[in-house]
Write a protein that binds this ligand. Structure first.
Ligand code: FE2
Length: 362
């Protein structure tokens, strides 16, 4: 099914935010992204400003509307700073749009061409969960710094934190909607169900969630989808849905080539990570066996480790990156494991709940 569509990769992820200039500074200074392109009034874009940032192959676009009466302004009012678009690179945007619509997708906008002196880009978009969309972008005939309308200057380099690419992006949907959206990714985008976790895997004393991971054929794009599971206290997914005012992207996982360097750099630059209790490390070696990284450094930086039959992974989660308890980031380094750190779910969720309780939302 996927072959007609030919999703190449994630082209970029666009966030609609309240102040893109300051958000760009944060992702440069704290996460080590570099600014590669800009559009705004100076470049002829009268109604919004966008900053395109890059580290490895991961690209973020931060956009702020300049006027109150716009779709962007309404999105920011309702959701706060939030992911709007997970844009896919495709061979042929018009064909990809037709195929996805024939498979039941809802159009966000029809194919359109934009061009500048560097060439032409064809782009359409379909609606996903909540107010999230997937752009389908054909860039074969384009050689510019980012997309038409953007200019390369001013280029501002961040302190590279060793981030390589987007590993996966997780969506939170309402109770009872997870299977519906998993079905959508499989039917419309040709993804396969890759793994699933239920509330027995992902539960603590108070709260639970259920999750399905959809993946494309190459396993290069993975989209776990969570829904809250009923429990004695409020699920972290429910807290997200209440503060985001609907479904949306819960976290973006970025792959690191050296997680010790990444987390050390990001901590030094002011990024807050979830606190992992010291007791987590008492049983670590018994649980995961030997790892290449010095265990003392892993413990000192508060990094989580998990092993499965294919290998192991190291991961750590930031606290939410805005005032609402909504979007956060994961840093992940894989040594063979293609999983998501199932062995860490319990320790991790207890850490999330400690934060939730501090916000009065548990
Ligand atoms: Fe994740």
């Amino acid at each position: 099914m996927a072959d007609g569509l030919r999703l190449r990769k994630i082209h970029h992820v666009e966030l609609w935010v309240g102040n893109a200039k300051q958000a760009a500074y944060y992702y440069r200074r704290a996460f080590g992204f570099s600014q590669v392109a800009y559009r705004g009034p100076e470049t002829g874009c009268r109604d919004r400003c966008s900053y395109a940032l890059e580290q490895g192959t991961a690209r973020l676009v931060l956009t702020t509307p300049l006027h109150p009466d716009s779709q962007e302004a309404e999105h920011v009012r309702k959701h706060g700073d939030s992911v709007r678009d997970i844009a896919f690179e495709v061979d042929d945007a018009a064909q990809a749009f037709e195929i996805t619509l024939a498979r039941g997708a809802e159009a966000a906008w029809p194919p359109a061409e934009s061009r500048d002196e560097h060439g032409v880009v064809r782009r359409a978009a379909i609606r996903a969960y909540g107010d999230t969309v997937h752009s389908l972008i054909g860039v074969r005939d384009y050689r510019g710094p980012f997309l038409p309308g953007f200019v390369a200057a001013p280029a501002l380099a961040g302190e590279d934190a060793g981030l390589l690419r987007i590993d996966h992006m997780v969506g939170n949907v309402e109770l009872g909607k997870m299977n519906e959206w998993a079905g959508w990714y499989s039917r419309v985008l040709g993804f396969e169900r890759y793994m699933s976790f239920d509330d027995k895997d992902i539960s603590t004393e108070y709260s639970a969630l259920m999750s399905i991971v959809m993946s494309d054929d190459s396993h290069s794009v993975k989209f776990p989808i969570n829904e809250p599971a009923p429990g004695p206290r409020k699920s972290q997914i429910q807290e997200y849905l209440e503060f985001h005012h609907g479904p949306g992207v819960q976290h973006i996982a970025l792959q690191s080539r050296d997680i010790l360097h990444t987390v050390r750099t990001m901590r030094r630059n002011g990024v807050e990570f979830l606190y992992v209790p010291a007791s987590y490390y008492d049983a670590l070696e018994a649980r995961v066996g030997g790892i290449e990284e010095p265990v003392e450094a892993v413990r000192e930086l508060g990094i989580l480790v998990d092993r499965d039959h294919e290998g192991y992974l190291l991961q750590l989660f930031t606290k939410p990156v805005e005032d609402r308890p909504t979007l956060f980031f994961e840093i992940i380094q894989r040594h063979g494991s293609r999983g998501f750190g199932k062995g860490n779910f319990k320790a991790l969720f207890e850490a999330i709940e400690a934060e939730q309780a501090r916000r009065g939302n548990l």
